[in-house]
Write a protein of this length. Structure first.
Length: 215
C-alpha cells in the first residue's frame, strides 16, 4: 500500500477496521493520565493518537507519510484538540528526548522493519520512555511452528479477503515482502531491549498484543 496516495489513505480506516471507542478503551486500560505524554509510532490516520490527546497532556503523532499526518491533524482540528504534535518520521528517525514519554503505542507498524532493525527500534523506544513507562505493541506476529506457515498463511488470506477490503494478492504480498516475525523472536527482542512483558496475547496464530514496561 502506498501511504502517500490520497485515495489509498482515504480507504485506510475502513480496511483496518479502526474504532475510536475501542482505542479509547485500550488507552484507559493502559492507564494514560491527564499529566502524561505519549507517542503513537506509525500513527496512520490518527484515530488512536487523537483519542489519546483527549486523555493526556501531549500526544505525539509519528508517521513517515505526509498524507497520513495531514489526515491526523485534520481529525484533531475537527475535535478542537491542540495537543497533537506531528512528526514526519519512523521508528529509526523520530527525535524525542530520552525519558520523556509515559506511554508509547504502535499498531501494525513494526513489521515494516526486519528483525535486526526491530531490535534497534525497540531499544530507541526504551530510551524514550520514562522509568516505569509503558509500551503497547500490536502487530502481525506468527505464533505457530515454522512448518505451519503455509497453512496459517492461507487461513489468514481467506479471513482477510472475507472480512476486510484487502484482496488475496495484497495479503499475499504482505506475507512475501513485509517482515512479520515469530512470537518467540518478537518477545525476545522486546525483552532484550530492556522491557518486562506484563501481558502477551495471541490470536488466530497471526496477531499479537504486547504490554511491556521499562524496567
Amino acid at each position: 500500500m502506498n501511504f502517500d496516495d490520497a485515495a489509498e489513505v482515504a480507504s485506510y480506516d475502513a480496511r483496518q477496521g479502526g474504532d475510536p471507542a475501542e482505542d479509547r478503551g485500550l488507552l484507559e486500560g493502559l492507564g494514560l493520565g491527564v499529566d502524561e505524554a505519549m507517542a503513537d509510532i506509525g500513527c496512520g490516520t490518527g484515530m488512536l493518537v487523537v483519542e489519546a490527546a483527549k486523555l493526556c497532556r501531549e500526544a505525539h503523532a509519528v508517521d513517515i507519510s505526509t498524507e497520513m499526518l495531514g489526515v491526523t491533524l485534520a481529525r484533531a482540528k475537527a475535535q478542537n484538540l491542540t495537543n497533537v504534535v506531528p512528526h514526519r518520521a519512523g521508528f529509526l528517525s523520530y527525535e524525542l528526548p530520552d525519558s520523556s514519554l509515559d506511554l508509547i503505542t504502535s499498531k501494525f507498524a513494526l513489521h515494516h522493519l526486519p528483525d535486526l532493525w526491530k531490535g534497534v527500534a525497540l531499544a530507541r523506544l526504551h530510551r524514550t520512555l520514562k522509568p516505569g513507562g509503558r509500551l503497547f505493541l500490536r502487530d502481525v506476529v506468527f505464533s505457530c511452528d515454522p512448518a505451519e506457515i503455509p497453512t496459517v498463511s492461507e487461513e489468514w488470506i481467506a479471513w482477510m479477503s472475507a472480512n476486510t477490503g484487502y484482496s488475496r494478492a495484497e495479503v499475499a504480498q504482505h506475507i512475501r515482502d513485509e517482515h512479520s516475525t515469530f512470537s518467540w523472536i518478537m518477545a525476545g527482542l522486546i525483552e532484550r531491549a530492556g522491557f518486562r512483558i506484563n501481558h502477551a496475547e495471541y490470536s488466530m496464530r497471526i496477531y499479537a498484543d504486547y504490554i511491556a514496561e521499562k524496567t
